[in-house]
Design a protein around this ligand. Sequence first.
Ligand SMILES: O=C(O)C(=O)C[C@]1(C(=O)O)C=C[C@@H](O)C=C1
Length: 350
Amino acid sequence: MSELEDLRKEIEEIDENIIKLLSKRFQISQQIGKIKKEKGIPITDENRESKVKEKWITLARKYGIPESFVESFLTMIFSYSKLYQINPKSKRRIVIIGYGGMARSLSSLFKISGQEVVITGRDLKKAEALSSEFNFVTMSVDSALKWGEIIISTLPPSAYFSDFMDETYKKMKAKIFMDITSSKAKIFKELEDKSIKYNFMYLSIHPLFGPYLYPVGEKVVLIPSKTSASIVRDIYEFFMDNGLVPLISSLEEHEKAMSVVQVLPHFYLLALSSSIQELSKELGIDFKKFETTNFREVYKIINRINEIKNVILEIQEHNPYADKAREFGVRELNNLYTQLMGKKNDALHS
Ligand SMILES: O=C(O)C(=O)C[C@]1(C(=O)O)C=C[C@@H](O)C=C1
């Protein structure tokens, strides 16, 4: 055997060992998951993750492996490790209305936790396309509403005032209904009123993650309405059981929080995105050629924001504290501008 072949053989053996060890790690994680479940502890433990990460970084330094590699590898290990801890007590009949990114993300989660899911919507061809990705079932809206126990609508805010949803509310008697919109001020009251009128239980939710697959360990906000007080505990446990971290909030607290964590950063990022384009055009610079590590990270986020620009603009429009958030944003930008311009002038005059 040549030296090259020898070395490749050695690599193959090492790879097998890596896989064996990973499998062992995931099995242990599964055992931890069982204990956490018995004790009612959430799957994600951020303190523990920090400790594990510290240890990995120390080891990486010791063995001369780049920290950036172990950091991204460990992030993947954590998210898959958490997949092994999902093991819900009970199976629920879940209907997802809609077939966009968030419908896909929730479907992936319910698939690994073994829930029964039916996908429906106005366009059954699109519903069918999503169902087939996860081997779920598609039904007409009427049949799905009859069959389901928990109805999760992934439709945008404007949809809740449509004729389609007007017809849908009438068929949800005694069911649990959830919307997943980021900005609830406009629709919460409407849906609460409808739930009183048509006798269903309305519990508004907001998954605090983007449309990516297997969002295990991510947070979901639960906002109870007048018709859902009796089921909050049950739904809290349901989400925890399915690998998410539930957080109960009032409507007002949620809207205020979203003005800080969504409206303000999105506002800056949209402006940052267009100013990067404009400035580089003005200076005739191909900025991609010179991107730093920080810039690369920021630009990744900008791209993500631009991909879901319609949702971002919807939040800017509907959040009741958005005006205030933007006002603060502009004020602080101006302050910084004045401060930095002032420094420059001081330097010129001294
Ligand atoms: O130690 C735990 O509590 C685990 O569940 C294991 C583990 C890991 O994979 O290391 C997974 C998820 C937690 O967020 C923290 C750590």
